[in-house]
Design a binder for this molecule. Structure first.
Ligand SMILES: [Zn+2]
Length: 315
């Protein structure tokens, strides 16, 4: 009898276990525009957004990294200790911090020299805070995902980043959370709780579609799902809905990994040769480099009612 059970296990249960492992997925969560990006600028709100977002991240055990705009840490010329305190709470939650330039400069709109100055000016306080924890700054994220309008600029910037011990943080799960966030902020300002709920529900439905889209696009390009890097922002809507996004990912069998772990995927060794004025996913950059026909046509769109409720409504 025992042997029969053993054979049964090997023949049926074991392949199922292997199959289940095969469907495991990996994702690194990166959060931009720290300490907070919202039209709601008072300190109390910023503290509340940070507290709620970090509570969700900690509860879901997500080893996230936050990308900082240090320009938000000053009051005129003076350091703003309250804003700096918001960053400290990221480090106290055992999360990593990276550089996102001092004042969110667009590489397509400034000289390379100015951009490099922005990177150096944008690392001072973050480096000090990381040093208190015995850590070093390691990653850089381009604002707007604009990475340069020529290969020469890209190469020069890449060299500069290397000299300063930075690794570029690409994005492979791109989305428009900032449009939802803008609509959500505005609905809050109008005290329209019903609209806030509708935006929140549409937000989660949109992310389900986004995850499905990028998973298919990865298989379309590589014949497999790579370790993804998700871009989100430190905004109001994520402070209310990050736990739902995390649950959606867990339901899809994702394991949360660090950016360092995600970057071990071979896909990220491919060069980024994209030189247009667009901030697009690295999956699209690689598809374009491979020739036409690799980009799936059905990239999810933000619902019209959300766009109309946001600052991105067309005039
Ligand atoms: Zn940004």
């Amino acid at each position: 009898m025992k042997i029969k059970f053993f054979i049964l296990f090997v023949a049926i249960v074991f392949p199922i276990v292997i199959q289940a492992q095969k469907t495991e997925r990996f994702i690194a969560v990166t959060i931009d525009d720290l300490p907070v990006v919202s039209t709601r600028k008072d300190l109390k709100t910023r503290q509340e957004i940070t507290r709620k977002l970090l509570a969700h991240i900690t509860k879901a055990k997500v080893p996230a990294i936050g990308f900082v705009n240090e320009g938000k840490l000053y009051n005129g010329e003076k350091r703003d200790e309250a804003q700096i305190g918001l960053l400290r709470s990221w480090l106290d939650a055992d999360l990593e911090l990276g550089n996102h330039t001092f004042s969110h400069k667009n590489l397509s709109a400034v000289s390379l020299k100015d951009y490099e100055d922005e990177i150096l000016r944008g690392e001072i306080i973050t480096k000090e805070l990381l040093a208190e924890k015995g850590k070093k700054i390691r990653y850089f994220r381009h604002p707007y995902l604009h990475t340069g309008l020529s290969l020469e600029i890209k190469d020069e910037l890449n060299q500069f980043l290397k000299q300063h011990d930075y690794t570029i943080a690409p994005v492979t799960m791109d989305n428009a959370d900032y449009i939802f966030s803008s609509a959500y902020d505005r609905a809050f300002d109008k005290n329209d709780k019903k609209l806030m709920k509708q935006i929140g529900a549409a937000y989660i439905a949109y992310f389900e579609k986004c995850f499905d889209y990028w998973e298919r696009q990865s298989v379309n390009l590589f014949g497999r799902e790579i370790k993804f890097i998700l871009l989100l922002h430190a905004n109001f809507i994520n402070s209310d809905y990050f736990d739902d996004i995390a649950k959606t990912l867990t339901k899809r069998k994702y394991q949360f990994v660090t950016l360092e772990n995600a970057l071990t995927d071979e896909a990220y060794k491919l060069p980024d040769t994209f030189v247009k004025r667009n901030g697009i996913s690295w999956l699209h950059r690689w598809a374009i480099a491979k020739g036409k026909g690799n980009i799936l046509p059905d990239e999810p769109q933000v619902p019209e009612f959300v766009v109309n409720a946001s600052e991105f409504k067309s005039q």
